[in-house]
Design a protein around this ligand. Structure first.
Ligand code: SAH
Ligand code: SF4
Ligand code: F3S
Length: 449
């Protein structure tokens, strides 16, 4: 079977899609362009209304392919699948499978069944009580991405119920994976050539604190993964400020391969709004974490998520968000207009901020952020570091080949070099020579490794 997979949403979805692709390939299925695909798989995100709407418009597009060949069918997975469930069957006759995030482990077999014409339609929407290990490739058949970077899941779901957020409903309760399984997967990846691992979870700081926990904290897990011989870079996401342990903060100064960057979603700069969001920290606590991180690792790059226009947010509250963005000096941030999601507590909170006011606040926030980002990048000119090459740069020069890599903090660094191929997955020592709006230019100063 030829399949085409489209992914929306967070890195956990990206990782789920990578896993599903591998699982289908091991069954002899092959990836194909849309024009040739017999099965369309959408891995969906429901965190705001916009990505949800994209799913319906994608399905509208897929309907055209069904017209080309009526045996073509679609499968919808991920958070919108969990949310809408079998409702997809009513609206889109060619959707034959829906699977939620806990159902993904069974998706490859279910897809085979549907493709074989057995069982008309299938829905895998049950939540499982504990982390379910997914099939892993045999040791000899592990294939790693050319970039030598990998994601590793350490948990599933979320127990926080922030008042605006649908994730606990779509991904279910928090379920930590067994640390031995995590370590085995990381070791196998590194032995197979992976140089950078990102540990993934909706709230990694509370790893091990659910009933899947076996007494290993996130700090302990980090230390054990970092100790794997040959692992050059270690990252993790996402980190909820309320649960970050002092040992995780100090780890930034102690673990050599732990990259100096942290995504620490702040969401808002006003204590009143944070309380209504049920984030369970206040600005004083957030700032003390920032101080701790900067003391442990002065070059740490902090990034954030921010919501504007949360119900009840006043101009004064919003001003506090701007003040905090300035004070912390986030290198970059993702900012979003609050979006009502079905079933979450904030739906019933009043007064709603009008879309016009929220858009205007979003623009002010993004203008401020762009200025700060520019300053942060400018300060790096002259710094010596190394870029981990991911591929060719989007823009090519005239003589040399421009390669795109990332520095330790994950910033994009473009480097012009003589080599026209073969550099993906290599480290290039560089000196930063120029700061662009969202990236850096570097010059090579040493041997590749
Ligand atoms: N687990 C992560 C967040 C995952 S969702 C954490 O707690 O940090 C990614 C981001 O989407 C959130 O940080 C938040 O900023 C944003 N988000 C979530 N729900 C939203 C909503 N209803 N409207 C607008 N933005 C939302
Ligand atoms: Fe959503 Fe909050 Fe859980 Fe993050 S911690 S996924 S924002 S409920
Ligand atoms: Fe979206 Fe689900 Fe991730 S809602 S952000 S895909 S957890």
């Amino acid at each position: 079977m030829k399949f085409h997979i489209t992914t929306f949403g967070c890195q956990m979805n990206v990782h789920d899609s990578q896993w599903l692709t591998r699982a289908l390939e091991s069954r002899g299925w092959v990836q194909a362009d849309e024009s040739e695909a017999q099965v369309f798989i959408l891995n969906t995100c429901s965190v705001r209304d916009k990505p949800e709407q994209k799913v319906y418009s994608e399905l509208g597009r897929i309907a055209a392919h069904v017209k080309r060949d009526e045996t073509v069918f679609a499968a919808v997975g991920g958070c919108v699948a969990q949310q809408v469930g079998t409702g997809f069957f009513d609206r889109f006759p060619f959707v034959k499978l829906v699977f939620g995030s806990d159902g993904i482990a069974g998706a490859p077999n279910a897809l085979e069944q549907v493709a074989a014409g057995k069982g008309n339609r299938l829905a895998l929407l049950d939540f499982v009580p504990v982390y379910e290990e997914r099939e892993q490739p045999e040791e000899e058949t592990v294939t790693i991405p050319e970039t030598r970077q990998a994601f590793v899941n350490i948990m599933q779901g979320c127990d926080n119920f922030c008042s605006y957020c649908i994730v606990p409903y779509t991904r279910g309760r928090q379920k930590s994976r067994h640390p031995d399984a995590i370590l085995d997967e990381c070791r196998l990846l590194v032995e197979s050539g992976v140089r950078e691992i990102s540990l993934l979870g909706q709230n990694v700081n509370s790893f091990g604190l659910d009933k899947g926990g076996v007494g290993v904290s996130f700090a302990e897990l980090l230390t054990r993964v970092a100790a794997i011989d040959g692992l050059d870079r270690l990252r993790f996401t996402t980190s909820h400020p309320k649960d970050i342990a002092p040992e995780v903060i100090t780890a930034f100064g102690e673990l050599e391969n732990l990259c100096p960057s942290l995504h620490l979603p702040m969401q808002a700069g006003s204590d009143r709004v944070l309380k209504a969001m049920r984030r369970k920290y206040d600005i004083a606590r957030y700032l003390s974490i920032v101080d701790g991180l900067k003391a442990a690792r002065p070059d740490i790059a902090l990034t954030s998520d921010i919501i504007v226009g949360f119900p009840g947010e006043t101009e004064d509250d919003f001003q506090k968000t701007l003040d905090m963005v300035e004070k912390v000096g986030f290198e970059s941030s993702f900012s979003f207009k609050y979006s009502d999601r079905p079933g979450v507590a904030a739906v019933n909170m009043e007064p709603k901020v009008s879309s016009e006011v929220a858009s205007e606040r979003l623009m002010r926030l993004q203008t401020l952020q762009n200025n700060i980002t520019r300053k942060c990048l400018k300060n790096l000119v002259g710094v010596e570091t190394h870029a981990f090459i991911e591929g060719l740069s989007r823009k090519q020069g005239t003589n040399l080949t421009s390669w795109k890599g990332r520095d330790l903090a994950g910033r994009i660094v473009n480097v012009e070099m003589h080599e026209q191929s073969g550099l993906v997955g290599m480290m290039v020592p560089v000196r930063i020579v120029e700061a662009k709006k969202h990236s850096l230019n570097g010059e090579r100063i040493g041997e590749l490794w």
